[in-house]
Structures are given as structure tokens and as C-alpha cells.
Design a protein around this ligand. Sequence first.
Ligand code: ADP
Ligand code: MG
Length: 274
Amino acid sequence: MSRVIALANQKGGTGKTTTAVNLGIGLAKQGNKVLLVDADAQGNLTDSLGYQEPDNLPISLATVLTKIMMEEPYEPDEGILHHAEGVDLMPGNIELSAIEVSLVNTMSRETILRTYINTVKDKYDYVLIDCMPSLGMMTINALAAADSVIIPVQAHYLPAKGMTQLLQTIARVRRQINPRLTIDGVLLTMVDNRTNFAKDISFVLRRDYGDKVRVFQTEIPLSIRAAETSAQGKSIYAFDPHGIAAKAYQAFTKEVLEIGEKQRKRQHQTHLSR
Ligand SMILES: Nc1ncnc2c1ncn2[C@@H]1O[C@H](COP(=O)(O)OP(=O)(O)O)[C@@H](O)[C@H]1O
Ligand SMILES: [Mg+2]
């Protein structure tokens, strides 16, 4: 049983990509087979994993999505790259912005990415989709393909308005395209514990949204080392194994694994009671 998780927030710079890398590699370190999917035309995830010129890659997510739209055949492992720290990557690049446009006139335009993920996910325990900073077609596709969503929120800003919009979009996708979509939770990132402001944000989030979504126990601290990691092509565990960000991402990975376990048990029980 594989679990497909989308990392989404229409705001840029909230830690989606950093979380995709370090949750993905964290899960792989715990013995899981993991595929990371770069669904952002900026290709930051691809870049962060060491492919510094994502736009020059011969095959990327856009290539296979185009084939699916054109009903052309493709190999199940087409374009998938292997990272030294044990995760696979379906790279993404600028070509995704053209896809975003052509999707509008495509049949089943919300489910093209789901069609792709469904053909590869059986080989993995976890598939993580790193979303664009928008609520456009690619993000809708990611939500349609996912079992659950993790929402990284940067602790510097009050996320109130954007958060409501994102929750509404998730609810709409659930009603119209993907009824089994759940929200795993909100992850606070870049938390500066020296300020009261971070504590206030955490408090306000739990107060205003706590009844609708889980706010993860783990908070990712602000860390220069974390910011430097993306240029290294590796995870925080490889770059700064004893630092605060590595510890936090390890604890967060554990929380995500626990949610996965609970969901598996629940599915198993419903299965038995049928
Ligand atoms: N815990 C952290 N502490 C400091 N800087 C961080 C941290 N996490 C991410 N960053 C940096 O913040 C920027 C935005 O993070 P990123 O993961 O790319 O966000 P998004 O994918 O949501 O746009 C990047 O430059 C990244 O290196
Ligand atoms: Mg990103």
C-alpha cells in the first residue's frame, strides 16, 4: 500500500520543497521506498537534489504528462532519477508551465497527474508531490492524485486568508474529484524561537484552525544550515546531521509515519468488517 502526499501552499517560500526533500529522505532512511515528484515549473526540488539545470533534462514530469494527454505510451520508469540518499525523483522544470496551459483544454484535465501516479505508485511506500506556489491546474492535479496533504506554513506571517482559501480548495477537490483526500496537518517551518511572534503564530493557528486540521507537534526551526542545504544537492541529514533542523525533520518524519500506520490499521479494519 503506497501513500501519496501532496505538499501544498499557494504561498511561495513556506518550506514545501525543503520539506519534500527532508521528509522524503527521512522516510527512505526508515526503510521506505520513496518517489519525489517535482510538480513545480521552477524545478526547485529537482535542483535541491543536485540536478542544477532542471530545464536541460531530456525527460521530466512534463514529458510523461504530455504523453498521457496525447494518449501515447510511456515506460513506467521513464525519466525517473535515483538520488544517492535512496530516493527516486521524477524531475520537474519550466515545461510544466506549458502543461498548465494546455491542461485547460484537455479532457480529464484534473486527473492527468493522478493517471501518471497510479501507474508508478505500486513500486513505492510513499510518493511525495512538491506543488507549485499557486492553486492552479497543477496543484489541483496534485490534490486529485493525493491521499493526503501536508501544508507547510512559514511562521513569520499570519497565514489566515491564504489558509482559508487553501482549505476551501481542498474541500472542493474532495467534493468533486477525490473524496478520499484528507489533510495530514499543518507544519510550522522557519520557526524562530527567540521571538514571541513565532509562538503567537503557532497559538493563532491552533486556535483558529485546530478544530479543522492537525497542527504537527514538530516545528521546523529557522536554521541557516537548512537554508544552505538546497545548494548542496543533499538532505539536511547529510549536510548537517547534528543540527537542529535535522533533528526536527527526523521527528516530523516520525509523526508522518505514525499517521500512515494509523490509516493503514483503519483501512485494514474496515476491510475485515466487510
Ligand atoms: N528551516 C529553515 N530555516 C531557514 N531557511 C529555510 C528553512 N527551510 C527552508 N528555508 C529556505 O527558505 C526558502 C524557501 O523554502 P522552500 O522550501 O523553497 O519553500 P517553497 O517550496 O514553499 O517555496 C529557501 O531558500 C530555503 O532554503
Ligand atoms: Mg518550492
